[in-house]
Design a protein around this ligand. Sequence first.
Ligand code: CUA
Length: 334
Amino acid sequence: MKRPHLLLPLITLCLTGCGHSPNVFDPQGPAARGIAQLGWLLVGLGSAVFLLVMGLLGYALFHRRSPAPDLATEHLRGPSATTRRWVLLGGVVLPALILAIVLVFTITVLRAISATTPNAELTIEVNGRQWWWEVHYPTQQITTANEIHIPVGQPVRVVLKAGDVIHSFWVPDLHGKLDMIPGQTNEFWLQADHPGEYWGECAEFCGIQHAKMNFVVVAERAEVFAGWLERARQPALTPSDPLLQTGQRIFLNSPCAYCHAIQGTAAVGNLGPDLTHLASRRTLAAGALPNTRQQLASWIVDPHQIKPGNLMPASPHYTEPELQALLAYLLSLQ
Ligand code: CUA
């Protein structure tokens, strides 16, 4: 019975160590709240039934009828009226009542959280890839990655797809999980009560880097969100600084441009994340690294050190000045 005591600090350590700790017991949106309430109801009813059964068992064990009944004659007489009542009440009526309560609450919550939202003003398409998230705002013609901006306090329609294998989209603070299946489109919605950052993760094993497939939902007040949309819609600026120009030339003449897109340049690849506003994002490599100059350098030179098996080839051939110019250019992509 020691194990839970060892596990708890370990889990706590991991959650704090990972820097963000989504918590299904602390819902931050209407859908997650419905799921949490249903969860607590199930835990409550389950605990009540457990205590009741244990209580009756204890009673039966410690309050033996005396003198001991003659089992042979009792068997011949059949169960008494009291025994019949106990079996009927505890074995039929009570379970039926509890299951009916659970059924009604489950159907109510499921209806509320799985309903598509015809009144959602914003639609976002999220495409699960090994091992990152392509995020597309079809009406606004915006493509980004691993970061989903939404306006706070209103439902946002989310269309889920998969580019290669099955993934599962999960923002524990805001909603339950929904699978992303190649060749199929699934749909649900997200809504956050308050502005903030809500971490999401892939909840379906999708290959060796499944654990490093995270993303963040950034819920913003309407005017802040409108500002983000406006910036995200802009193509990258053509650099005037010579260092940035060199960096851009290196990028466009390297294999980078075959897989990544930077709007406003000749790079239109769609195998990897869109980099048009790379510098504005919080993380690199789908939450695996903070977005800093040092980490970006490590990622470009040897991405397999950080996420073994990912599709981005290593680029150890850049000279130091080349790498610095490339970094300067990429970090100018606000
Ligand atoms: Cu994608 Cu697990």
